[in-house]
Design a protein around this ligand. Structure first.
Ligand SMILES: Nc1ncnc2c1ncn2[C@@H]1O[C@H](COP(=O)(O)OP(=O)(O)OP(=O)(O)O)[C@@H](O)[C@H]1O
Length: 351
């Protein structure tokens, strides 16, 4: 099956003015997203998650690599006809208040993406009503200004605004981080319902591992601009094979002590600068499993079966340590407790 989105070797380096040097924000990211699938993109602050999203949306140019959307070269298609793909990929931001113009009534914010598509007033009104219905908001709110809405309602408006062009792919950049737990659970349930109804694919960028585990079919773990591990969500969370993923997962202190991991894979030392990355594995200076070969060259992606890919020559050792730690998929249990919503629908086309 043709993936909806395919990134191959996506690279984005930002030049530092006057220095001749670059920030290596994204370094050869390859991944696929199937129609109707949620890919969770996780990693520490500065790992390049937002930059990947911005490259897909065309908000920033790329330095190398390729992006295919529905089997065609996305950048080429945008160059040929900038309008052709407008609205097919949309974004929902972390801060709903940032995405909405405080001087515009909700109706004007929601319909705004349709103006760029040249859609007439009557059709816009119909689509605005449809979008408000999709996000379960009363049409009465259309007359109000963003500051008159709760944060959860504002984020629903942000989703209505993104969905109004009927996108195939939604980039969700920390969509629930600014919300309180109740509003967060509501928004997650809403996003999952929209996906079931419309088969929209999500690139779900987040620091919140419990939420990501809960909503995602697959997970990609990013470190210094690289996807160090990707695979089925249950597999990556229960059996991480890259020391960075294992460290990231074991560093999370779940509120329930019974769900915490028995032993920790801890990553000591400083993160290298994205301006001056080492020649070998970017984790070598912090990795408890490091051997000399790790410092010589970046290990290629190794396929472990079932779409599980890992950039680590020591993944067998990580597996042993993980087995010794008696781990199981605690994140799923914790997420179910916090969010108390049903599991994501399985992907019919997936697997
Ligand atoms: N416009 C820019 N110019 C220069 N450097 C940039 C620019 N945008 C991002 N960067 C750098 O690129 C790297 C990746 O940043 P990015 O925002 O994509 O990471 P992130 O994983 O999304 O982080 P966060 O979770 O904090 O949003 C960082 O080192 C950042 O400082």
């Amino acid at each position: 099956m043709t993936p909806l989105l395919r990134l191959r070797g996506l690279t984005k380096h930002f030049p530092i003015a006057g220095s001749g040097r670059v920030v290596q924000a994204v370094n050869g990211v390859s991944l696929d997203i199937a129609p109707g699938e949620t890919l969770g993109l996780v990693g520490e602050s500065g790992s390049g998650k937002t930059t990947v999203g911005r490259c897909i949306l065309g908000l920033t140019g790329i330095s190398a690599g390729g992006i295919e959307f529905e089997g065609a070269d996305l950048l080429e298609a945008r160059r040929r006809d900038p309008r052709s793909l407008r609205g097919r990929i949309q974004i929902v931001f972390q801060e709903p208040a940032d995405a909405l113009d405080p001087r515009l009534r909700i109706a004007a914010s929601v319909e705004e993406p349709l103006l760029a598509l040249g859609i007439g007033a009557e059709e816009r009104r119909r689509r605005v009503a449809e979008a408000m219905d999709l996000v379960r908001l009363s049409p009465h709110l259309l007359r109000l200004y963003p500051m008159e809405l709760s944060a959860g309602q504002q984020q629903r408006v942000g989703i209505a605004r993104a969905m109004i062009t009927r996108p195939k792919l939604l980039v969700l950049d920390e969509p629930t981080s600014a919300l309180d737990p109740t509003a967060r659970a509501d928004i997650i349930a809403l996003l999952m319902q929209i996906q079931r109804e419309l088969n929209t694919a999500y690139l779900f960028i987040s620091h919140d591992l419990s939420t990501v585990r809960f909503v995602s079919h697959r997970i990609a773990v990013m470190y210094l601009g690289m996807i160090v591990e990707q695979g089925d969500a249950a597999t990556v969370f229960a059996e991480p094979r890259h020391p960075y993923s294992a460290g990231l997962l074991s560093s999370v202190l779940l509120p329930n002590p019974h769900l915490r991991r028995a032993t920790r894979i801890s990553l000591a030392g400083e993160i290298p600068s994205p301006i001056d990355l080492p020649p070998g594995c970017f984790l070598a200076s912090r990795c408890p499993f490091v051997v000399e070969a790790c410092r010589a060259a970046m290990p290629p992606a190794e396929a472990l079966g079932g779409g599980h890919l890992v950039h680590c020559i020591r993944h067998g050792e990580v597996a042993k340590a993980e087995r010794a730690a008696d781990t199981f998929d605690r994140f799923q249990q914790e997420a179910e407790r916090i969010l108390s919503v049903g599991a994501p629908a399985p992907l019919a086309q997936h697997g």
